[in-house]
Structure formats: structure tokens, C-alpha cells
Ligand binder design. Structure first.
Ligand code: AMP
Length: 141
């Protein structure tokens, strides 16, 4: 399947649709997932047009993973979680629904189950408050 420049994350990168942005640099955009599996569920996307991990350049992938490595523990701490699930899906059969390379950062609290996948769109007021808390943590470090 060729890369679709009208996928939802491509539109976000062009500023055509809003997101709860946490961080941005030359190579990545980081924002809250709209249907969070846990509080602080974050997506990190490449600015490079890559449908999945397999189409990314090695350099682009390295930059993406460096941002994951730096931000994941800070997001964990900002929402008071105990651990972090990092997930990345390639292809519809593997569970990918948006065909622009992204990595999920999903903070986990001891004994707290994940919310069901795609079950509920979060309240924007709640997402905005979570984003503010994480941005404050990132700014303070
Ligand atoms: P995946 O199954 O890895 O392709 O995950 C795509 C993710 O994008 C899902 O967790 C969705 O909840 C999330 N998502 C879809 N649309 C938006 C949006 N407009 N803003 C933020 N997250 C979104």
C-alpha cells in the first residue's frame, strides 16, 4: 500500500487538524492519543513520510527511538505511573490503524488494567489537563 498523504497523522503534521501536543522537534511530533489505553497514552510520530517501521530511513528511525527513550520515563513520572508499555504496530493484521509510522508510550500503574482498545474517545478537558501536566514535567527537567 503506498503512503497516503491524507492520513490523519499527516494532516496533524500539516496543522490541518488539532492535537494535544507535548513536544516537537525537526524529526518528530509527540501528542496524546485521543483514545487513551491509560492516562498519559502518548504517540510519537516521524515527520518523515513512512507508512510503517519498514519504510523509515535508519536515521529517521534512530531519531524517533531516541525521543521515545528520552520522553517515556518523563511521561511515566508526570502521570505517576510505575512502568511503561512501548508498542508499535506494522500492518493492519498487526493492529495498525493509522498508516503513518508511530510509537505508543503507554504508562502503566501497578494493578491497573489497560482500557479496551479504541473503546472511548477521551474528554478533551481531561486530555488538555494531562497534556499540561506532562508539558510542565518536560519543561522542568
Ligand atoms: P495504531 O493502532 O497503532 O495504528 O494506533 C493508532 C492510534 O491513533 C490509536 O491508538 C488511536 O486512538 C489514535 N488516534 C486516532 N486518531 C487520533 C487523533 N485524531 N488524535 C490522537 N490520536 C488518534
Amino acid at each position: 500500500m503506498p503512503y497516503d498523504p491524507d492520513n490523519i497523522f499527516a494532516k496533524m503534521l500539516r496543522g490541518e487538524i488539532p492535537c494535544n501536543k507535548l513536544y516537537e522537534d525537526d524529526d518528530t511530533l509527540v501528542f496524546l492519543d485521543i483514545m487513551p489505553r491509560s492516562d498519559g497514552h502518548t504517540l510519537i510520530i516521524t515527520k518523515e513520510q513512512a507508512e510503517s517501521l519498514f519504510e523509515a530511513s535508519p536515521g529517521g528511525l534512530a531519531k524517533l527511538m531516541a525521543v521515545v527513550q528520552t520522553l517515556a520515563p518523563k511521561i511515566r513520572d508526570a502521570v505517576g505511573a510505575d512502568g511503561v508499555l512501548i508498542a508499535q504496530f506494522n500492518g493492519a493484521a498487526a493492529g495498525q490503524t493509522v498508516f503513518h509510522l508511530h510509537v505508543h508510550i503507554i504508562p502503566r500503574k501497578e494493578g491497573e488494567p489497560l482500557r479496551p482498545e479504541g473503546a472511548q474517545r477521551a474528554d478533551q478537558t481531561v486530555l488538555a489537563a494531562t497534556a499540561e501536566k506532562i508539558r510542565a514535567k518536560l519543561a522542568g527537567d
